[in-house]
Structures are given as C-alpha cells and as structure tokens.
Write a protein that binds this ligand. Structure first.
Ligand SMILES: Cc1cc2nc3c(=O)[nH]c(=O)nc-3n(C[C@H](O)[C@H](O)[C@H](O)COP(=O)(O)O)c2cc1C
Length: 334
C-alpha cells in the first residue's frame, strides 16, 4: 500500500462541516465562516454529470472566496465525466474535491453512485484515479463502514486500502452502515447504530492514512475527545441546527486566541454580505432560513425567529429591520 503523505491538508480537516443537501449552500457556509475561520466547509453534493451537461455551471460552482477552505463534493461513477468535473473544480478555485460514496438515497443509488458504490471498490478506485490525474487538488472520499450485508471489517479495510492506493488523500468515515433497501435516507442517518470502534480499528491498522470520523457528534467536547483517536471530526446536523453551540471551534479545536462571537456579533458581521445579496435581487429568506438557527436557548428566541421568518417570507425584511432585531439580542447580552 502506498503511504499517504501527511501533506498540507493535514490541519484543515481537524473539524469540518459535513456536506448536506439543502443545508450547506453558499449562504450557510458564509454563516459558518463567520463562526470559524478554520473549519473545512463542504458544498452540497453535486452530481458530476449534471454539472458537465448544464449550461448554468456558475449556479453549481460559484462561491464567495471568503468560504475557503472549501471542499466540493461530487457524486458520480464515470471516470471520464469526473475528469471534466475535476478540472472545473480546480479552475473555479476550490481547495479540495470530495467523492461521495456514502449517500443512501434510492435516487442517487439508482444512478449507481453514492453508498451503493462501496460494493464496487474497483470502480471507486478508477473514479479517484481520474479525479487525481486531472487536477492538483487533494482528493478525499466520504463513505460508510459498510452497505447492506457487505459490512465485514475485512471488506471495509480492503476498500479503504484499495482507495488509498488509487490516491485518496483522506477518508471521512460515517460510522454507520447504509441500508439501501427498506430505509429512507433520513432513517439511514439514525438506524442502524453508530460504530465508532470499527473506525478506531481502521485507523489503528492504517496509521498512515488520514481518517476523519463522522456521525452523531453533538458538541465541541465530544469532538475534542474524538481527536484523540482520529485525524479529524466531521459534524453535520448539530452544527446546522445549533450553529452557536460551535462558536468556539477556533479556540478549542484550533487553539487560536480570539474572542468568542455572540449571535449578534455573527449577524452584524454578515450585514454587508446580506446587503449585497439583497441589492443583487436575492431573497432575504435564502439567508434567513439558515440564520434563524443562530438564536436559541434564550428568552424570546422563538419570537425572534418567528418575526424574522415571517418578515423574510413576506419579502418585507430589509437591513434596517435586521439591525433593529439584532440590537434587541445585543441588549439581552446575546
Ligand atoms: C439534510 C441532510 C443532507 C445531507 N446531504 C448529504 C450530501 O449531500 N452528501 C453527503 O455526503 N452526505 C450528506 N448527508 C450526510 C451528512 O453529511 C452526515 O454524514 C450525516 O448527517 C451524519 O453526520 P451527523 O450525525 O453529524 O449529522 C446529509 C445529511 C443531512 C441531515
């Protein structure tokens, strides 16, 4: 097995925010970037084939430079198409390419990509080789510990080693197997149980590989504990639903000496971005649907969120209103 160099991507992934369809769009990523300057962010999954054939490439690819470090996640199973996608990702300025072999959606699997590809390590290896050959970005993979009945440790270990030989620079392992028949994607994120021990064993047997754990982490302390065993931790739902719970990523995970931001600090720092979005004809709800999650656990949080949501959905929310609502938070020390 080739030994993976602990190269420049070693540190950016200590904590990452998982790719999530309909959640980790460019606006949510900007919110996250105001919370942490360090965490690695991911796009939502982009189907490589759709990207190649659309004439609206910017809709899929555009992002704000401030979002960096940013990994673009591709789904696909055709090395020729992935070759084009890799070139585009590099030209557009992404920092990394991630290949999705973990999504259990029947729609995705019927196109024979996502989690079902774990059953075809040779095909995955060809995809990784193609991505690697056609750009100079790190190429990483996100996968499960197994699929359906193909869930033995030997299978997993062989899969990871084959893909390492193909050139993958990092493995994000969602510590739960995917069940392709009988469970929908939502159920596949809670059933069957997480098995961190399997991923621990994988790391122990492959100490030269960069292995990031994913699944079920709810706060920074749990993530710090996981970093005793793994090279990185990827957080999905908790960071989306409770972003402020993660406001000390830079201090506690990356050891930076900086002031912890409050919800109002974060909203105020986003005002120029929101203003620009509105000025260019964007809808306030595009951003506010994510932003409202920042405010929770304080008196009147629900009222605040409702007011912002209603104004925003009715297209009546402007910067002045947002500033006024934010100063109410500030007065409460939030
Ligand atoms: C709404 C939603 C959308 C998701 N979309 C993707 C996706 O596009 N690509 C992917 O690899 N995983 C996707 N996932 C899975 C997450 O990246 C992550 O693996 C999963 O939620 C487990 O992590 P968590 O327990 O920290 O949430 C999605 C998860 C959710 C909740």
């Amino acid at each position: 097995m080739k030994s993976i160099r602990f190269n420049s991507i070693k540190n950016i992934h200590k904590l990452s925010v998982a790719p999530m369809m309909d959640c980790t769009d460019r606006h949510f990523r900007m919110i996250m970037r105001k919370i942490s300057s360090e965490a690695l962010l991911y796009t939502e999954m982009i189907v490589a084939q759709s990207l190649i054939y659309t004439n609206k490439k910017e809709k899929f690819l555009d992002f704000n430079k401030e979002e960096s470090p940013l990994s673009i996640q591709f789904g696909g199973d055709n090395p020729e198409i992935l070759k084009e996608a890799a070139r585009m990702a590099q030209d557009w300025g992404y920092d990394e390419i991630n290949f999705n072999v973990g999504c259990p959606s029947p729609r995705v699997c019927s196109g024979n990509f996502g989690a079902s590809l774990m059953k075809e390590p040779e095909k995955v290896a060809k995809c990784i080789e193609s991505l690697k050959k056609n750009c100079s970005l790190p190429v990483t993979i996100k996968h499960r510990i197994g699929v359906d009945n193909e869930d033995s440790f030997i299978n997993l270990n062989n899969f990871v080693r084959d893909i390492a030989n193909a050139g993958a620079d990092r493995f994000t392992v969602h510590a739960r197997k995917a069940i392709l028949k009988g469970l929908n994607p939502k159920q596949n994120r809670t059933i069957p149980p997480l098995k961190y021990d399997v991923v621990k064993k994988l790391k122990k047997l492959n100490p030269n590989l960069l292995i990031e754990i994913n699944g079920g982490f709810k706060n920074i302390d749990e993530s710090l504990e996981a970093l005793n065993h793994f090279d990185g931790v990827m957080i999905g739902r908790s960071v989306y639903k409770h972003p402020l719970r993660w406001s000390e990523i830079d201090q506690k995970i990356y050891g930076l000496n900086k002031k912890t931001k409050s919800a109002s600090d974060i909203i105020i720092s986003l005002i120029p971005y929101i203003d620009n979005h509105l000025t260019n004809g964007g809808k306030s709800w595009d951003i506010c649907k994510h932003l409202i999650n920042l405010v929770e656990g304080i008196p009147k949080a629900r009222i605040w969120r409702n007011q912002i949501s209603i104004k925003s959905i009715k297209k009546e929310l402007d910067i002045e209103y947002l500033l006024k609502s934010t100063s109410m938070l500030q007065e409460m020390g939030y």
